[in-house]
Design a protein around this ligand. Structure first.
Ligand code: SAM
Length: 327
């Protein structure tokens, strides 16, 4: 089992399958994109399968696939099929911008995929285009509606950006009135290629919640898993729910059960650390599965108590894009 020095059991892997993305979200990367790595530096699907298998033998039972945009990587669906054979995995979840998936939903339903986190930061076509620097709102919304009709769980990820989409917070909550989905508002983080957030005004967890509370008097908190990244609520009688993720204020670290592996195989114990060990190089130097197990058991012991300590221990600033880290 993978247990860190604070007694936290690691059971959840976030795996970035690529650093490439078909959008250019303002809060994630510069307009010209990020310096993508050479294809041979990316983990192959076979390597990803192997890493996941070894981790699952150590108690990791949930995997989130992310990127970059996972669906831009060729044969991603085949990889999902492969991963679904891992009998030790209970859940495969995917974070996606939804641009390319509307025709794949039936295939996803047949696999071990349980939840799709669809990133959508505006419900207004023009504002969406401004944020993402791409005119694809209609495709994303079609995906949203198709997912809502599917058997998959649907969560929407909405990064709250000062002066950009804060006026749409209530519109997002209203989407939960008739739709069976969960909207999750995420605090903006500095992982955008510059290392500084764009915000004119700080929109943190409390400010987001207060804004919602000032509009509704009938909100009830929901009971969530201990390791949940979001604090969840529901407007009474609304079909869906909403949550807030204190990604930047980092009040959720005590119950963290997550590790990350970037698309180039960098193992991260925390979103805010700058990588502990390169698994890709270790595998390509000939490590066997027992070597990998020993390695994982030892490197999780370096997991910092929280994201503030991880950030303080970095030897560089937090300027990478989330597309490189895998959000
Ligand atoms: N391309 C996929 C997508 O758009 O969902 C997966 C990768 S994306 C990096 C994963 C998540 O990270 C998205 O929900 C995105 O909104 C979020 N994200 C990216 N940059 C962020 C930032 N600076 N602060 C907060 N969330 C961010």
């Amino acid at each position: 089992m993978l247990t860190d020095n604070f007694g936290r059991q690691i059971s959840y892997l976030r795996l970035a399958v690529t650093d490439r993305c078909n959008l250019r979200c303002q809060y994630c990367m510069p307009a010209h994109g990020i310096d993508i790595v050479d294809r041979k530096e990316l983990l192959t699907f076979k390597e990803m399968y192997r890493i996941t298998r070894v981790l699952s033998e150590l108690g990791v039972n949930k995997v989130r696939l992310t990127g970059g945009e996972p669906f831009v990587r060729k044969d991603f669906i085949k990889f999902l099929e492969m991963l679904s054979f891992n009998d030790k995995l209970e859940e495969i979840n995917i974070t996606t911008n939804g641009v390319l998936i509307v025709n794949h939903i039936k295939e996803l339903e047949a696999l071990k995929v349980k939840t799709i986190n669809l990133s959508i930061d505006s419900l207004d076509k023009a504002n969406f285009a401004k944020i993402t620097r791409r005119d694809v709102f209609d495709d994303v919304f079609k995906t949203l509606e198709a997912l809502e009709r599917s058997t998959l769980n649907l969560k929407l990820n909405c990064v709250v950006q000062s002066d950009v989409n804060t006026h749409e917070i209530i519109d997002f909550i209203e989407l939960t009135k008739h739709k069976n989905l969960a909207v999750r508002f995420i605090e903006e983080m500095p992982f955008n290629g510059k290392g500084q957030r764009n915000m004119k005004e700080e929109w943190n967890y409390n400010k987001i919640l207060n804004k919602i509370k000032s509009n509704y008097s009938n909100i009830t908190p929901l009971i969530s898993d201990k390791s949940s990244t979001s604090h969840n609520f529901k407007v009474q009688d609304y079909k869906g729910a909403f949550g807030i993720i204190p990604a930047f204020t980092r009040t959720i670290c005590d119950d963290c059960n997550r590790i990350r592996i970037t698309s180039t195989g960098m193992f991260k114990n925390c979103l805010f650390d700058n990588g502990v060990f390169n698994i890709r190089d270790f595998i390509r130097q000939g490590a066997n599965n027992d070597d990998l197990k020993q390695l994982f058991m030892s490197i999780v012991k370096q997991k910092p108590k929280n994201g503030f300590i991880a950030e303080a221990n970095r030897n560089n600033d937090v300027s990478e894009s989330m597309s490189t880290i895998g959000g």
